[in-house]
Design a protein around this ligand. Structure first.
Ligand SMILES: [Zn+2]
Length: 221
């Protein structure tokens, strides 16, 4: 049985030193999810997007709203009837399937936010995406990312940004997916592991480069 969030108000506070931005946002969208946690993640994402627009309209010349402190001020969860199964429509938007849901982004929009709670891994269905830390890297159609879902603490480790307008991303809940489609779950698991190794290799390369640069500086100095 999925949950719906009613009368949700979230407060969003900027963590930038000495920034006074601390605003409340009423979320009017009908947010549904299979668990309260799913709903909470989506509600926080919406609150953050609303806050970002308002914050940056005021403070963008100095800084942008990054990793803000987001809290629920009010709102209650309500149990609702079952979400339609895949193939019977309404798989779009915020009404989430248990095993997979889809979301669309415009170029530059944040798909995954560092520090967010995460229980799903992602696959690019249309368009492209890139990790904030490695802007030249591209996740293309069929590529997977979001290894945080495989980690014990379920925290996103890095921002991932949409690379083009209309980028569509599938979010898979691996635990649910292993029940409904074990083959796809295994596939996603190994794809995300591969991506993680690639990212680690890239980091090692950049550490090596830095080391060599430091050695050169030391020799010269
Ligand atoms: Zn600020």
């Amino acid at each position: 049985m999925p949950y719906k969030l009613k009368n949700a108000v979230y407060s969003v506070r900027c963590r930038y030193p000495r920034c006074t931005f601390n605003s409340q946002f009423e979320i009017e969208q009908n947010i549904m999810g299979m668990t309260e946690q799913d709903v909470e993640i989506e509600a926080k994402r919406i609150a953050r997007d609303m806050a970002l627009t308002k914050h940056d309209a005021i403070h963008a010349t100095r800084h942008t709203l990054r990793s803000p402190d987001i809290r629920k001020v009010s709102g209650s969860y309500e149990l609702v009837g079952p979400v339609p199964r895949r193939g019977s429509g309404t798989t779009y938007g915020v009404a989430k399937q248990k095993d997979v849901y889809y979301k669309e982004y415009q170029r530059g929009e944040v798909i995954l936010k560092k520090g967010d709670d995460a229980t799903s891994v992602c696959e690019v269905v249309r368009g492209s995406a890139y990790p904030e830390r490695n802007r030249s890297h591209r996740y293309r159609v069929g590529d997977s990312f979001g290894a945080a879902a495989l980690l014990a603490r379920h925290q996103r480790t890095c921002d991932v940004i949409a690379g083009s307008d209309g980028t569509k991303v599938a979010f898979y809940n691996l635990i649910e997916l292993s029940k409904t489609n074990p083959k796809k779950a295994r596939e996603m698991f190994s794809a995300v592991m591969e991506d993680t190794f690639k990212v680690i290799q890239n980091l090692e390369k950049s550490i090596d480069r830095t080391k060599k640069e430091i050695e050169r500086e030391v020799v010269r100095g």
